[in-house]
Design a binder for this molecule. Structure first.
Ligand code: PLP
Length: 406
């Protein structure tokens, strides 16, 4: 009889967003007239920019002609997009990344989840706490996480690196072994960003110990402070120890359109084997490329018109983030993030439990947030607020929270 992957049995239910949905639905039944403002889920709300929709419409028309039809494309992405990415996202900032090192994909979620295919089962995995759950669950599925302990909310074989206000939400290097190190900056959920010096320490550690840094910079477009690094490859030595994930989801509203990319430098080797070659083998075996139409849309993000339009959209969300930050601070709350990220990480007042504060904001302010405890034990005592809603909603949400906390 067939055997299932037993690791799936160990996974706890995906509790966070279903529990939020349940509490919101319960409350909406109790108070059907409550006009809720949803600042919980991390999806964007602004439409695709005109430069992208025009490029996609042209590509659709092209696909309907004998000369312009495209079938299977290269698994790694079309050269036109890989070149645009290398030129604009890296070379324009003085960072060495070649088009051939870029693998275009349908999402940073897929790539972060799939990258484990090229690593052995006995590696020690280190994750931030709180954490984007994909890094944890994908390693649990691969058998690298050990057992889940409901009492602590932790997996026995994972190394959790606490990100707290004491360390500015940038984790310290763990004392024991860490082979696969997931770092996410700008961070989901804390909104924190690491400095060059902090990343350099990680790069030095990884090179010295033969580890690999899996660097998720899906929120790179939100970095506003000029001194901060946009890519791990801005850090000397990263080409021999890091893989970087980026996405058009938050940069250009592609959450429903699906396009992202992963950079695996050609000099990155472990056990004498090129990880670039392994990832190429993995992708060409299990992935058949991003649609031509979507890649033409992504390419249009890099045109002068596209750049101007995406900057406007990002600026819109950044203004929301500032409104939320300032407003919640005025309400007397301790507020982090929101400067280089679309997430504002808010300490609950008077040591309140994060689900209790979530309920208070839902029931009294009619604002939906995300309890920090859902992202890991160190998220307890915080809630996450996103800047991805509408501008008026941000203003209203803040006013309501201020009046509740008065
Ligand atoms: N990485 C992080 C840290 C995220 O928060 C998200 C989405 O919320 C993703 C990756 C997913 O990106 P994509 O839409 O490209 O799959």
């Amino acid at each position: 009889m067939i055997q299932i992957n037993q690791n799936f049995r160990k996974l706890p239910g995906s509790y966070l967003f279903s529990e939020i949905a349940r509490r919101v639905a319960d409350y909406s039944r109790e108070e059907p007239d409550a006009a809720l403002i949803r600042l919980g889920i991390g999806d964007v709300t602004r439409p695709l920019i005109p430069a992208v929709t025009r490029a996609m419409a042209e590509a659709v028309a092209e696909m309907g002609t004998p000369g312009g039809f495209h079938g299977y494309g290269p698994e790694q992405g079309y050269d036109f997009l890989r070149q645009a990415i290398a030129a604009h996202d890296y070379q324009a900032r003085g960072v060495q990344v070649e088009p051939g090192e870029i693998f275009v994909s349908d999402g940073a979620k897929s790539d972060c989840g799939n990258i484990g295919d090229v690593f052995g089962p006995d590696n020690v995995v280190a994750v931030c706490d709180p954490v984007y759950p994909v890094y944890v669950d994908s390693n649990a599925m691969a058998g690298r996480a050990g057992e889940y302990d409901p009492a602590t909310g932790r997996w026995t074989r994972l190394v959790y690196m606490p990100c707290t206000r004491e360390n500015g939400f940038v984790p310290a290097i763990p004392e024991g072994r860490a082979d696969m190190i997931y770092l996410c900056f700008p961070n989901n959920p804390t909104g924190a960003m690491a400095t060059r010096a902090q990343l350099k320490a990680w790069v030095d550690y990884a090179n010295a110990h033969g580890s690999v840094i899996l660097y998720d910079s899906a929120y790179e477009a939100f970095i506003s402070q000029p001194e901060l690094p946009h890519s791990i490859f801005e850090i000397e030595g990263a080409r021999t120890c890091a893989i970087e994930f980026r996405s058009f989801s938050k940069t250009a509203g592609f959450t429903g359109t699906r396009c992202a990319y992963t950079v695996v430098p050609k000099e990155l080797e472990r056990e004498g084997v090129s990880l670039h070659a392994l990832w190429n083998r993995r992708q060409t075996t299990k992935f058949n490329g991003v649609p031509y139409v979507v890649q033409r849309g992504a390419e249009a993000v890099y045109t002068p018109e596209g750049q101007e339009q995406v900057r406007e959209t990002i600026a819109y969300y950044q203004r929301n983030a500032q409104v939320i930050r300032d407003g919640l601070e005025q309400a007397g709350l301790e507020v982090y993030g929101g400067v280089n990220a679309p997430y504002i990480w808010v300490r609950t007042p008077d040591g309140m439990d994060s689900w209790d504060f979530f309920d208070l904001l839902l029931r009294r302010a009619h604002v939906v947030t995300t309890p920090g405890a859902g992202f890991g034990p160190s998220g307890e005592g915080y809630i996450r607020v996103t800047a991805f809603g509408g501008a008026e909603e941000a203003v209203q949400a803040v006013e309501r929270i201020q009046s509740v906390l008065k």
